[in-house]
Write a protein that binds this ligand. Structure first.
Ligand SMILES: Cc1cc2nc3c(=O)[nH]c(=O)nc-3n(C[C@H](O)[C@H](O)[C@H](O)COP(=O)(O)OP(=O)(O)OC[C@H]3O[C@@H](n4cnc5c(N)ncnc54)[C@H](O)[C@@H]3O)c2cc1C
Length: 433
């Protein structure tokens, strides 16, 4: 890239996607200057620091998906990275259990997907499952995934940030992207809470705000983020009381895995997360980060879905809202393991909110990672679970998409079937994120 004072790549968002993608672009363009703008003062304030910390093995995802393509590889790379950086990983594995015959069919489908995705899995009997975890409950069979692990996500983010800084990537924490100010032939000036900044290319990794930022650049026209809140209920049993993660068979119609037991990197037990529709994007508690404009927009969309129920939203919402009750959560958990005592499940943990993409044309929740771009900007959309696990190879792939986009930007600017050249529109003076 030719040098002027403009920043070559301006990133929005320092979550796990922003950090990994910035590092990959730096590898591809070693002479470029990259600056990451993060609106929070704290690392991991949103999904990347509030997730279950499960390093998924990669067997849930249909063969043609980006999730299938990058999760197994991401699992290997993240575990290697943790080993190299001395970040503790609890390689406790995972059991997927069934409660009825219908679920056994899904178990077979999961094994099929796992085999296709190159994931090491075993179909085992209930007796074999009990040898792995004596407390487990399953009908006849279960899936054993030895390569599932657990990590503290904040420890990973800290090391990624350290590495990125050593590689020459600059960070501005507490600096929020607000809007496009102006554009000329080669650069674009954006307004942030830390002032106006000129750049050649914007990379949007804004998580819960990715769709909104993308629309500022003429992208994400068909998509809106619907926030789904994940609550966790902690057990006060001593670490090691469960030896492995225990998951139910998921409802394959939704991108959520159902309430399950996960272990922390130091062996504590938590149940969750839920997928409760939130009323605004960062609604971590009843009033936290209240945003009236967002609430009206999201409530309107959620009410529309309740009426139409095109994505089974009514059933989902009804089931999930009940999980705000500790008793309900404990009840669900007790279907997966024995000796689940309600008196030991008293403490809610730090909730996370999924930036789930909803397609307003098809009225469907998007199941796979998405991205869009044009000659000036690139937008990572729907970086939902397991994007933490998949983040390293996914970032490498996205950096290559950006590379191709930059090379083609004088032509059609179309890369792959998911990049759609979005026309530039004049900056919208009214919009503020
Ligand atoms: C409850 C829950 C459980 C999960 N469990 C797992 C799991 O076990 N394993 C797994 O692999 N994945 C899991 N995930 C998914 C995983 O956490 C996400 O896929 C991943 O963290 C997404 O990273 P991100 O960088 O896109 O988003 P984020 O971490 O949300 O980062 C986006 C960043 O952008 C910043 N930002 C937003 N707007 C602006 C702006 N205007 N200007 C500047 N900065 C801005 C935000 O402050 C934020 O820091 C889970 C997610 C949730 C919510």
């Amino acid at each position: 890239m030719a040098k002027t004072n403009a920043i070559d790549f301006l990133f929005i968002g320092a979550g796990v996607i922003g950090l990994n993608l910035a590092r990959e672009l730096k590898k591809k363009f070693p002479d470029s200057n990259i600056m990451v703008f993060e609106k929070e003062n704290l690392l991991g304030a949103h999904s990347s620091g509030r997730n279950s910390g499960v390093i998924h093995a990669g067997f849930y995802y249909s063969a043609d998906s980006l999730k299938a393509k990058f999760t197994r590889e991401g699992n290997e790379q993240l575990r290697e990275y943790c080993l190299e950086k001395k970040i503790p990983v609890n390689m406790c594995g995972k059991l997927v259990v069934t409660q009825n015959e219908r679920e056994e069919k899904t178990l077979d489908e999961l094994i099929k997907r796992g085999v296709h995705n190159g994931v090491s899995l075993d179909m085992i009997t209930a007796e074999e499952a009990k040898k792995i975890e004596p407390r487990v409950k399953t009908l006849r069979r279960a899936i054993w995934s030895p390569n599932t692990g657990c990590v503290n996500p904040i420890s990973v983010l800290k090391k990624l940030l350290e590495d990125a800084m050593c590689e020459g990537i600059q960070f501005r924490f507490g600096a929020k992207f607000l809007r496009i100010k102006s554009e000329n032939t080669n650069t674009i000036t954006v307004t942030t809470t830390a002032g106006d900044v000129e750049t050649r290319f914007v990379v949007n990794c804004a998580g819960l705000y990715a769709d909104k930022v993308a629309r500022e650049f003429g992208c994400s026209r068909d998509y809106r983020i619907l926030p789904f809140k994940g609550l966790y209920l902690y057990s006060d049993e001593k670490p090691g009381s469960l030896k492995t993660n225990i998951y139910p068979v998921p409802d394959m119609a939704y991108p959520f895995l159902g309430v399950h037991f996960t272990l922390t990197s130091d062996g504590k037990i938590k149940v969750g997360p839920t997928a409760i529709p939130a009323f605004w994007r960062e609604q971590y508690s009843i009033t936290e980060n209240f945003n009236f404009e967002e609430m009206v927009e999201i409530l309107w969309r959620e009410l529309g879905l309740l009426v139409k129920s095109d994505i089974g939203f009514r059933n989902l919402a009804f089931k999930e809202i009940q999980k705000m009750s500790k008793n309900k959560m404990v009840n669900l958990a007790s279907a997966l393991a024995t000796d689940v005592n309600p008196s030991q499940y008293t403490k809610w943990g730090k909730p996370g909110i999924r930036a789930q993409l909803y397609n307003i044309k098809t009225n469907k929740l998007e199941m796979d990672f998405k991205y869009e771009g044009n000659s000036r900007s690139f937008h990572v959309l729907n970086a939902v679970s397991p994007a933490f696990t998949a983040s390293m190879p996914l970032a490498k792939f996205l950096a290559e998409r950006i590379n191709v986009l930059l090379q083609n930007s004088r032509g059609a600017g179309i890369v792959g079937e998911q990049i759609r050249e979005a026309p530039h529109r004049p900056p919208n003076k009214e919009t503020s994120l």
